[in-house]
Ligand binder design. Structure first.
Ligand code: FES
Ligand SMILES: [Fe+2]
Length: 377
């Protein structure tokens, strides 16, 4: 291994094939996305009972819907008869039931089998047992999180714990009242890069001075490259002459009233493994969800959340949105520039991390642990 010959300042990254090999990606689907809590949708986008959305999580298609009692349910999107994909639309609304387009088996919003041709002639069929199969669901921050594991990991440890490890306590995020904010803008990015490149990029700011001119203008401390997420409780401060977190440093939107003085005029970034980034600002919250679709492709859905009054009154959020939209495009361009080189023979043993990126090494250790690949590779 090259690691033994590295200078003190450097540590090795993952080898290139971790970003390109379909077999590694399949292992990640099985041992990460299908085992951990995965954020699938904003609760409000389901609307009223019968509103639904379908998402791919790991190798499975999942149907997320709102039941008659307004609770959120999630099911494998697979008909119990002969396995047709039940809902083929990405989003929609049914009145009171989902009907399979093949032989018309019909399930209510709670997943129970309620009708099928000749069902009355088969009285021994248990309608719950042959109903849709549930997956675990939690709602937090106004988002729906699901877990495909039979015995899910603790939501408090995996999800809430990641936020607490970054901010110091859960009260710090509660003060943003994220569940009550409204989506002012959503942009979906189709990124031709492995999901881990996107996480690694988000975790470091060594690149900020090079590729984020607007961001470093607003957050001057990002220009020195050390603004990493490992300082617990630290948020990057706005520059002295900056009025708000906007593309030109002009005034932002109405401040979230419960945000503390200490959190005002600061930006906090949080990575919640495996696929969520939370960005806290005094007047809005930006939440990224990654949907890894292949070793070299990731869909990123990014929501800009504001106070209800801001969205309802139609205030202009464009300068606010534009700052992080540019940051996203700059970041994803960088990831797409790395992706093709992951299969270069030069990168077969990987690259190196400088001291301000060292915490990415811990992410790589975590990947090895999840996949059980540390020994063999
Ligand atoms: S496969 Fe769905 S009703 Fe037959
Ligand atoms: Fe960046």
């Amino acid at each position: 291994m090259t690691t033994t010959s590295l200078p003190e300042s450097l540590i090795a990254t993952l080898p290139g094939d971790y970003y390109t090999d379909p077999e590694i990606f399949r292992l990640e689907q099985e041992r990460i996305f299908e085992e951990m809590w995965f954020c699938v949708a904003r609760s409000s986008e389901l609307g009223k009972p019968g509103g639904y959305r379908t998402v791919d999580v790991g190798r499975e298609s999942i149907l997320v819907t709102r039941a008659r009692d307004n609770s959120v349910r999630a099911f494998f999107n697979v008909c119990r008869h002969r396995g047709a994909k039940l809902c083929t639309q990405e989003a929609g609304e049914v009145k009171r039931a989902f009907q399979c387009p093949y032989h018309a088996w019909t399930y209510d919003l709670e997943g129970k089998l309620v009708a099928a041709p000749n069902l009355t002639k088969m009285p021994d069929i248990d309608r719950t047992e042959y109903g849709l199969v549930n997956v675990h669901v939690r709602e937090w921050l106004g988002y729906v999180w699901i877990c495909l594991a039979d015995a899910p990991p603790s939501f408090e440890e995996q999800v809430v714990g990641a936020v607490v490890a970054r901010l110091g306590d859960v009260a710090a995020i509660d003060r943003y009242g994220i569940a009550d904010l409204e989506v002012g803008k959503r942009i979906v990015y189709d990124v031709k890069a492995n999901w881990k490149l996107i996480i690694e990029n988000f975790m470091e700011c060594y690149h900020c001075a090079t590729i984020h001119p607007e961001l470093t203008e607003v957050l001057p401390e990002f220009a020195d490259g050390y603004a990493a997420q490992y300082f617990v409780g630290h948020g990057a401060e706005f520059g002295a002459d900056i009025k708000g977190f906007t593309v030109d440093g002009s005034e932002g939107l109405d401040r979230i009233p419960t945000v503390s003085e200490e959190q005002d005029r600061r930006y906090y970034a949080i990575t919640v493994r495996p696929q969520v980034f939370i960005n806290l600002l005094p007047d809005h919250v930006i939440l990224h969800r990654m949907y890894p679709v292949a070793a070299d492709r990731t869909i990123v859905e990014c929501d800009w959340l504001y106070l209800k009054g801001v969205v309802e009154s139609g205030k202009d959020v464009s300068r606010s949105v534009e700052l992080f939209d540019r940051v996203n495009r700059q970041d994803f361009d960088a990831c797409e520039r790395c992706q093709p080189a992951m299969s270069s023979r030069l990168y077969a043993k990987g690259g190196v991390l400088v001291p301000s990126e060292r915490h990415i090494g811990e992410f790589h250790d975590w990947i090895h642990d999840r996949l059980g690949t540390r020994q063999s590779r």
